[in-house]
Each structure stands twice: as C-alpha cells, then as structure tokens.
Design a protein around this ligand. Sequence first.
Ligand SMILES: [Fe+2]
Length: 103
Amino acid sequence: MVCYRKIKVPFSNIFFIRWTPKKISPIHSHPGVESNMFVLKGKLNESLYMNLGDKKGYYMINNNVITPYQCSHINDKKGSHTIQNISDKYAWSVHYQKSINPS
Ligand SMILES: [Fe+2]
C-alpha cells in the first residue's frame, strides 16, 4: 500500500496529501524549495535528519508530532525528513512550495 496520495491544485503550487494510516515516507529532501505543510486532519510525525554525506547516512536531529491546524516547514538548510501518519485513519495535509531563486 502506498504511503500517500498527492492531489495537485491546478495552476498553483498547492497540493493536498492524503496519508495512509501508519505508513512512513522514505527520508527525503526538498531541494531548491521552501516547503510548507499545514495539517488538516490526523496526526503526522515528522523526523528531521542531517545528511552526514559521502554515503555515511543520516543523523536524526529533531522529531515532532504535527496535529490539525499546525504547520511545518523544511528547506535545504533544515535538512531531510520523514513523515509518518501515526493515526489509525487517513490523515490530510495541504502543502505550499516556493522555489528558492539564487540571487
Ligand atoms: Fe517532504
């Protein structure tokens, strides 16, 4: 069973994610973007990781449970993360991503 289903709002940088109960995403980053998440329903656990580089793996630096009407944000400076739906039902979140333009 898939970890999540992403639904993009046409003509925008906004999308909704429906998170499968108990599933966890792989560790991943959001290169070149500011990624914002707002939880609508359920409980999501976000673990934040520092990439040790050179195939040395990751080091967990923070862990947070995000509940409805709370936000989270990640970018290249913050690191990589996993998201897990820790509730027994589908969880929903809305996301807004903005590209970082080097100046
Ligand atoms: Fe992510």
